[in-house]
Design a protein around this ligand. Structure first.
Ligand code: PRX
Length: 649
């Protein structure tokens, strides 16, 4: 039985949703009339240029459409509409790793974005619907670039700055991007690092679609520039006007693509559209974080991930809040850096990943006591299951036992939170994402839509469309249907399957247990095993490979590879070669933590690798599964023995 922590009474009094009765009332309202609920919210929250004519169009399901024929521009929602009341309010407070700060008010943000948008339109000819890849460090210009695209109707695709040249190239080509926006580099762990050379390398071959590269100078290191193709933002931006006509966008026009790993094949370009996405970003900022006018909100993610999109840029700005952006790593110059920032900037809501919490607990358990963290009101986690130890430390040491923790479950595909406590209402349990947000039909079911009994693992599905849902996979609508609507049905109709398994506990709380497919989650980053295996297979000594996730104290999961070699090689050389290849092809985030050289892999007679067994071995579990379908069942015992021997060493 997990412990229960009730909301802080003072907090609940001022919260938007104050108790579970209110939560249930809203859920009942949604049940009574699903579309009317969204209609009310969309009218209340969005400043439309032209009204929509239909709330939800299901005629081409699962290609659902929301708020059809409505017209808006997201930048008006995020910037323009705040100018009357908040023009001098800080929109973005940026802190460099060296401690320098930039404060961008809503008025300055308006000017910056307008200039940037003019530059894209006038100098580079970027038009509505064109794709722009943004490969940037954590500097305000990354947010300006995203918003500038939104202003002129270009579709941005932000690629995380930790991805390699090859990974960047694949994403540029898949999106058919005309322009790449980057920076010379930035600072990490006290040192400059460079991004522009990676862009140069990515563009060496196969990226004919790219006409120009725009580079922001951040650390002023010497980098190679290609005449005619590459341009310096800092020089050009001054010439642009501070006023810019916004493109009139349809509710369903794509706002951005964001590539994420699937269980098979290449990364998928998850496509989101404007109106539904921004509505959800706003709704969750208000209800899950309960952000109020004078609050300062900090999400520590990188803008290269969905969390950074929704909760550094779009969500906070849409509600006119102050958002923090930090350039560097949490351990620089020491493990007190984040707590120091919370004290100095009087942060009210703090949102981070379990991996970071575990790391800061492990290397700097005494650090929080050196700082005044009393400004904190709500703490959040995202990206992976949080273990009770890390949860308790976060709750007691960081939150002083008074801040609710919102363990938010969602995905790149969902656009924003789906299952989460409401901080003023939900009694919380360590490790539970608790209940679906009002309006969301998230259920744990079997493939046929039957609810899973309490205490038993089932499939986590969202059984009704919601406004911020993925619209399609860029360029591959069939894959969209197959990936998300191919596995589960309810009442005979295909429903969205998240790829995650989950459990209802005895009180109906939802606990996420992890992926059911071949996706692993390292430090909250989603990695496809197939992608990693594809790279490892190119190492000269490797005959066969199978990659699985293995539990890790800090990272949650680590990459573990079983390798059959074709010629003799010592393990250190092999792992070195493999990680060099992975760094080159994907990026350092996908490096393998350890390998096990084995004489063969457990396969069915049809040649399919039995990964369940390999996963169990990597977890150190006894094999209880039926192994009779394996072509050579003795291989299981051999691998187990090798694994145990290696771990004894
Ligand atoms: O497995 C779930 C895990 O992260 C996956 C989504 O990854 P991504 O699209 O990269 O988005 C991460 C940030 C939203 C999910 O399928 N996940 C996300 N949040 C949680 C989680 N697992 C457990 N608890 C969570 N709160």
């Amino acid at each position: 039985m997990s412990k229960i922590f009730y909301p802080n009474r003072e907090f609940s009094k001022q919260a938007r949703i104050k108790n579970m009765c209110e939560y249930k009332e809203i859920c009942a309202e949604v049940d009574d009339n699903y579309e009317a609920y969204w209609d009310k919210l969309a009218k209340e929250k969005i400043e439309w240029l032209e009204p929509y004519d239909k709330v939800l169009d299901e005629s081409k399901a699962p290609f659902y459409k929301w708020f059809t024929n409505g017209k808006l521009n997201i930048t008006h929602q995020c910037i323009g509409r705040h100018l009357d009341t908040r023009k001098n309010k800080a929109a973005i407070i940026w802190e460099g790793e060296d401690g320098s700060r930039r404060i961008i008010t809503y008025l300055l943000l308006y000017y910056r974005v307008n200039r940037f948008a003019n530059l894209l339109r006038n100098k580079f000819g970027i038009k509505k619907g064109d794709r722009v890849v943004i490969y940037m460090p954590m500097i305000p210009e990354a947010a300006f670039a995203m918003l500038a695209c939104a202003k002129i109707g270009a579709i941005h695709s932000v690629v995380f700055g930790g991805f390699s040249a090859e990974a960047l190239r694949d994403r540029i080509i898949d999106a058919g991007a005309k322009l790449v926006i980057t920076a010379d580099g930035a600072f990490r762990r006290g040192n400059p690092y460079l991004l522009k050379p990676i862009v140069n390398k990515a563009l060496e071959k196969g990226c004919e679609c790219v006409e120009n590269v725009l580079m922001v100078q951040r650390n002023y290191e010497e980098v190679d520039m290609v005449e005619g193709r590459d341009h310096i933002y800092n020089d050009l931006i001054k010439q642009e006007s501070e006023f810019c006509e916004a493109e009139v966008m349809d509710s369903e026009d794509p706002l951005f693509l964001l590539y994420t790993s699937g269980s098979t094949g290449k990364p998928k370009g998850v496509q989101h559209s404007g109106a539904g996405y921004i509505l959800w970003a706003q709704y969750t900022m208000e209800n899950v974080f309960d952000v109020k006018e004078n609050d300062t909100f900090w999400c520590t993610a990188d803008v290269g991930w969905i969390t950074g999109h929704t909760y550094i840029v779009y969500g906070p700005l849409a509600i006119g809040a102050t958002t923090i952006m930090y350039e560097g790593v949490p351990l620089y110059p020491d493990a007190g850096r984040w707590w120091k920032m919370i004290e100095e900037l009087r942060i009210n809501q703090f949102y981070t990943a379990p991996t970071a919490i575990r790391l800061l607990h492990k290397v700097g358990a005494d650090e929080p006591s050196k700082y005044d963290l009393s400004s904190l009101k709500v703490l959040g986690t995202v990206g992976e299951p949080i273990n009770p130890d890390a949860w308790m430390w976060y709750y007691e040491t960081i939150g002083g036992g008074k801040c609710p923790i919102v363990d938010t479950w969602w995905q790149t595909e969902t656009g924003g939170h789906i299952i989460s406590p409401l901080p003023g209402a939900t009694p919380i349990k360590p490790g539970a994402a608790t209940f679906p947000l009002p309006g969301i039909k998230a259920e744990i079911i079997d493939k046929n839509g039957n609810p899973t009994p309490k205490g038993e693992k089932g499939l986590l599905c969202i059984t009704k469309p919601w406004p911020s849902m993925i619209r399609t996979i860029w360029g591959d609508p069939d894959r969209f249907v197959k990936s998300y609507f191919g596995d589960c049905k309810k009442d005979g109709k295909p429903v969205y399957f998240s790829g995650d398994a989950a459990i209802y506990d005895e009180d109906g709380y939802i606990f996420i247990t992890g992926r059911t497919d071949d996706v692993i989650n390292v430090s909250g980053h989603r990695l496809g095993t197939a992608e990693i295996e594809g790279v490892i297979g190119h190492e000269e000594h490797v005959a066969e490979v199978a990659v699985v996730g293995r539990p890790d104290d800090i990272k949650g999961e680590d990459v573990f590879a079983y390798i059959v070699t074709k010629k003799d090689v010592d393990e250190a050389t092999l792992i070195g070669n493999i990680n060099a290849l992975i760094t080159k092809e994907i990026g350092p985030i996908a490096k393998v933590g350890s390998i096990l050289v084995v004489p063969g892999l457990p396969k069915t007679r049809s040649g399919k690798i039995m990964r369940r067994i390999l996963r169990s071995i990597a977890k150190g579990e006894e094999i209880t599964q039926d192994i009779s379908t394996i072509e050579d069942p003795s291989i299981v015992g051999t691998i187990e023995k090798l694994f145990k021997e290696k771990n004894r060493r």
